[in-house]
Design a binder for this molecule. Structure first.
Ligand code: F6R
Ligand code: MG
Ligand code: MG
Length: 366
């Protein structure tokens, strides 16, 4: 059965600043989807991560379908009314356009979708990250799909022996999708050279070179490239089909134990460690730390089981403690050096205005 798995997410308002959506807001989005999904969806699931609400949908309409996108858009519009009525902060923040025009891509919400022939059993993972951007998945994906130190399956499972194809996008290019396809393991150093620049080069999808099936799709939009000014970080979502010819769930999850430093956190302008958190977690320290959640599912003919919370397991408690220590360690150096993002990535314009003003005051000493 040819199935489409779509996730569309947006920040449309939250409590106490940018912490998390209200129960009423979450309910209004959720009940809108439920009420209007009959002819369109096989199944759906909603969660929030930080201040973002994500709608995971299964259907047979293919990727980029106008009706599916409109359903999510209208659900977020309805939610925005609730957010406004409750006085939530940033109500409708990610809905950058006034009216829907066929596809939510470029309109603010993040989208990740893939169409595939459903396997007899279809385990998959849904990741959502807040207070960071799509490059946050670069390292975990590189390690899980190209490094046998993380994924022994690359050595042990014959079906993975040929490796994986990475489709990487240059997200600075806004006139269209500028992509490159590289194969692991032959192109490993080229893949690494691109993926180290997380603000520009982002993994968009990953494919098995044995079966040609798609495992991964990541939302790649960068709001500051779309809107031209600060509108919040991009808080990426990702879908990963796992097991058999793909890495096992444990191989996909393992890299998150590193708590890698990623761009984001306070004012979208810092480098802070990525913390794996339980589903429906909010945000706290320094408008962060950047967080990632993971819901695991099994699926049959598009019907999903209940979500299992992959980062709720006690193993991750110690990782969270380590990430907290890393976060506090980085904050000790405030705005200095590696703690804050380079000028081109600062989401607020204040510092640029200051530097422009000061530039005029410089003089060449005689
Ligand atoms: C980061 C984020 C927050 C805000 C910060 C200031 O992605 O959303 O850190 O940047 O709370 O928010 P404003 O400018 O809305 O007061
Ligand atoms: Mg936000
Ligand atoms: Mg957010």
């Amino acid at each position: 059965m040819k199935l489409t798995l779509s996730v569309i997410k947006a920040d449309i308002g939250s409590i106490g600043g940018h912490i998390c959506p209200s129960r009423e807001l979450f309910e209004s989005v959720s009940s809108y989807v439920k009420k209007h999904s009959h002819d369109l969806l096989i199944d759906h699931y909603l969660s929030f991560t930080g201040d973002d609400i994500a709608i995971v949908m299964t259907h047979t309409r293919g990727t980029g379908d106008g009706k599916i996108h409109k359903l999510a858009w209208d659900a977020f519009i309805t939610g925005t009314e609730t957010a406004k009525a409750q006085g939530l902060y940033g109500a409708g923040q990610d809905l950058l356009k006034d009216s829907f025009s066929g596809n939510v891509k470029g309109m603010g919400p993040a989208v990740a979708e893939m169409e595939f022939e459903e396997r007899t059993n279809e385990p998959f993972l849904f990741f959502a990250a807040d207070k960071t951007d799509p490059g946050a998945y670069n390292l975990p994906l590189y390690l899980a799909f190209a490094d046998p130190m993380t994924t022994p399956g690359l050595m042990l499972a014959p079906v993975m022996a040929k490796g994986f194809r990475f489709v990487i996008m240059d997200v600075n290019h806004t006139e269209g999708d500028r992509i490159i396809e590289l194969n692991a393991p032959e192109d490993l150093y080229d893949i690494a050279a691109l993926l180290r620049d997380t603000e520009r080069y982002v993994v968009e999808s990953i494919w098995s070179r044995t079966t040609d099936e798609q495992s991964v799709v990541v939302s790649t939009s960068r709001l500051h490239n779309i809107a031209g000014t600060y509108t919040g970080k991009d808080d990426p979502v990702m879908l990963v089909r796992v097991q058999k010819s793909f890495p096992a769930t444990g191989e996909i999850l393992a890299p998150y134990a590193i708590g890698p430093y990623v761009a984001g956190c306070m004012r979208g302008s810092h480098q802070m460690p990525l913390m794996p958190v339980p589903l429906n977690s909010g945000i706290s320290y320094f408008d962060g730390p950047p967080v990632v959640s993971c819901a695991a599912f099994a699926m049959h003919k598009g019907k999903m089981t209940e979500a299992v919370d992959a980062f709720a397991h006690p193993f991750w408690d110690n990782v969270r403690n380590t990430v907290s220590e890393k976060a506090i360690g980085m904050r000790r150096q405030g705005f200095f050096g590696a703690a804050m993002l380079p000028m081109s990535e600062l989401e607020y314009t204040g510092i640029m205005e200051k530097l422009d003003r000061l530039d005029g005051k410089f003089r060449i000493r005689e």
